[in-house]
Design a protein around this ligand. Sequence first.
Ligand SMILES: Cc1cc2nc3c(=O)[nH]c(=O)nc-3n(C[C@H](O)[C@H](O)[C@H](O)COP(=O)(O)O)c2cc1C
Length: 220
Amino acid sequence: MNRAKQAVLLVGSPKGLARSTSSRRAAVLLDALQDRGWAVSKLHIHAALRSQEDTDVLLAAAASADLVILACPLYVDSLPAPVIRVLELLHAARTRDGEETRFLTLMNCGFPEASHNDTALAICRLFARAMGWTWAGGIALGGTGMGVSGAAWHKVVRLTVDALERGEAVPDEAVALAARPPTKIWLYMLAGNLMWRRQAKKNKVRQRLGACPYAEREHS
Ligand SMILES: Cc1cc2nc3c(=O)[nH]c(=O)nc-3n(C[C@H](O)[C@H](O)[C@H](O)COP(=O)(O)O)c2cc1C
C-alpha cells in the first residue's frame, strides 16, 4: 500500500497558531490536503525554538515531509527573525536522501498591495534551491488578507491543492486571486491610521508620528 503523502505547516508568526492570520489562512490549505488523504501536521516556529528538543522535532518533521509549507507575516519587507533562524537550521541539517521535498510559502503583509511580499518570497525560493528542494510556489496576501473573502480563499486553496496533487506549483490564477487588495482601500487605510494614532497616544509619542530620525540626521 502507498504511504500517505506528508505535509508539514510551519507557522512563523509570534501570535501563534490560533491568532495569526497567516496560520488561519494556511490551516484551510492544510485541511484541504488532509481531505485528499495527506498526513498533515502543524508547528509553531517561535514555540519550537524555545527548546532544543522542540527544535529537533521541527527539523525532523521537515526532513521527512513531502511538502513543507511556511506561513508567516512580512516583517520589514523580509521574514521574521525566528523564521530566518529556522531556515538556517534546516540548511545546516540538510541531507541528500534522494526523496523529493517541495516547499510552498504563504506570505501575508499589512500594506494593501501583496507585492510587498515579493522580496520575502524570492528569499524563500532561493532557500528552496539551496536546500535542494523543489519550489512549489509562493502565495502573497496583502492587507492582512482582507481583500480575499472566505469563498475566494477556498478557491485559491482548491486550485493550489489540485496543482500540488499533479506535482505542479501554485497556479497563476490562485496567486492572482490571493493577491487582491481590500476593495475599500480608503477604509482599510483609515482604520490602519486610527490604530497607529491610538497606539502613539497610548505610548505618549503622538507628536512624533512623522519623525524621520535618519533623514533628519543626514540634513543636520
Ligand atoms: C514588526 C512588524 C513589522 C512589519 N513589517 C511589515 C512590512 O514591512 N510590510 C507590511 O506590509 N506589513 C508589515 N507588518 C504587518 C504584518 O505583516 C501584518 O500585520 C500581517 O498580516 C500579520 O500576520 P500574522 O497575523 O500572521 O502575524 C509588520 C508587522 C510587524 C509587527
